[in-house]
Design a protein around this ligand. Sequence first.
Ligand SMILES: *[C@@H]1O[C@H](CO)[C@@H](O)[C@H](O)[C@H]1NC(C)=O
Ligand SMILES: *[C@@H]1O[C@H](CO)[C@@H](O)[C@H](O)[C@H]1NC(C)=O
Ligand SMILES: *[C@@H]1O[C@H](CO)[C@@H](O)[C@H](O)[C@H]1NC(C)=O
Length: 531
Amino acid sequence: MFCSLSILVSLLLGACLLGKAVAYNSDDEVLNYKEILQDVNYTDVSYAQSPSGESVETLGFLFETMDASVRVSSPINEQSLWLENVVNYRNIPGVFPDGMDYFFDGLATLTKFEFKDGKFTMFTQNYHSRAFDDWEKCVFFGTGTGPTRPTDETSREVCFKNPLVMMLPINGKLWLTIDTRSWGLVDMNSLDTLNGNVAAPGMTLNAHPACDRLMDKCFVQYPCPTDKRHILNGEVCIGEVREEAKGDHYILHVDERSRQSLDRKKLVQHSHSPCVTPNYVVAKLDEFEAISPKNNKSGLLKFLHQGEVNEWMVMDRRDNSSRILQSTHSFVNNHFWNCYETADGINVQTVAVTSDYLDMFFKEKLVLNEVPDWKKGFMSTLECTVPFTGDEVTCSELTDAVFDYPTFNPYYKMNPSYQYFYAVGPRDVETSTFFDSLMKFNGKTGEIAAEWHRDNIFLTEANFIPRGDESGAEDDGVLFTIAYNSEENMSYAYLFDAATLDLVDSYCLETMVPFHAHGIICKEGTCFSNP
Ligand SMILES: *[C@@H]1O[C@H](CO)[C@@H](O)[C@H](O)[C@H]1NC(C)=O
Ligand SMILES: *[C@@H]1O[C@H](CO)[C@@H](O)[C@H](O)[C@H]1NC(C)=O
Ligand SMILES: *[C@@H]1O[C@H](CO)[C@@H](O)[C@H](O)[C@H]1NC(C)=O
């Protein structure tokens, strides 16, 4: 999902609504909004109202602030002793101030789950953004929130940095990612907030950079205008990230490797989840479309939605050459996962979603005991072939099962013989009120090979922990996920056998852990990016 686009909204407000120029100060993450905000109408009422006007109640792990002080430490159960030295990190929308009624605007909170010295532990820290530290002074403008009215009436400080989507592990630190260039940085051990900035030429970047672990390279796709303020842009690039340490300040540079000019400009071009194979980088060129402002929505989604488009950019890693292609299907790419090369081209599987997908996470769409309109947000999952030459990507339906947050054995990344992927989804689109099923899929046919669900249990992304090394069987390992029991209002770490999806171990987390999208696994010091 495209979360916390506040920087973009502010630019849009400046550029589209008020017709004023936006000035930057020397720090390229901080905009001078003061001038713009003089004219902005603040949101000071909650928009999360049911049609009858009553305020909305949601599942207990949605829109609730997490108690970050809870620490867990319990002996590792015998069947999981082999997980010694495995760590799972999760980036959680963990803080919901009053009036924040869009789920993926919750303020970034990091939790570390660790199997160490015979103990399973949980440790949480809030990411110290200005929005977290100084909320009462903040004018917050997110994907579906704001602009909020600061309680400190004298303040006009706009707070937009909230990197709550993913984590990119580099040199003992985690870059906290989002689809804008406003990433954050924390120490991998202490989870302390560090001083880090991304130096990207445009305003967007990928929440899921495409990493080749063996080559120690991570690729990104981004709009590459000459002027950062341009929100309409026809130049698109693929580059590589490179971290630079300057004392206690870290800069993540984006080095351009290939550039293309499109025959039309895209509004806020972005690519949530590009992928990599040994010889290629593949990105879908997604964008936003303006809509007539909706009074029952706040934030960016009041003015924009994601466009269902069909352009792609593909780069050959051997010579940096690139192509623009069009696919037979138009959609929004929520997630590519395990791309690989075959004799016919690059196989790309994608969780395809619609222009309405992001709207699913407004509070008023997540009413307790109501079934969301799953099929309005999700299209069928697609399997596409990117040819080695030419400009047409052919897609067909892989499955019509609704799911998201696909994962797989990280040792099988880019491997054409890969057979399985795992994902969470609604057990039944007619009855499920949220993600309540874990599924194992045959990656070649799209058939469901195994499934787990239990009444009143809701699930977050499952992360694959391989039991052995590269030589192990593909489904020899466990899936680690954070489950929420809605009857008990309590969260658990659950471990499933990746072959059978039997629940093999569980640990009570002694508190409610909010729903969240993504996590990463580190094993014996090696971290796997996700995907
Ligand atoms: C806003 O109003 C429209 C039209 O009444 C409705 O379809 C939609 O569900 C409402 N809420 C949101 C968040 O879009
Ligand atoms: C591709 O780009 C990288 C980074 O700019 C450069 O180091 C490399 O030499 C280029 N490769 C070719 C074949 O041009
Ligand atoms: C659920 O538990 C959390 C703490 O773990 C608490 O903050 C929240 O109020 C509880 N919700 C309900 C509905 O009891």
